[in-house]
Design a protein. Sequence first.
Length: 76
Amino acid sequence: MILALKEALKAVESWPEENQEALAAAAREIEAQMTGVYHPTAEELAAIDRGLEAADRGEFASDEEVAAIKAKFGGG
């Protein structure tokens, strides 16, 4: 491990949990890019389950709701 990373990881111990989670998410993304495998967190798996359950119930966003989200976040 390079020295700069070792020093950064020592500093991370004093970061707020929210910032530590953000760094962990970034590390998972890098790992996924390198390996082609993404390992979702327990929270992400729970969100996926909620989405699948909603789909099973026939709960989908309307075209207008999708358009609003795309406009808000700049998606095509």
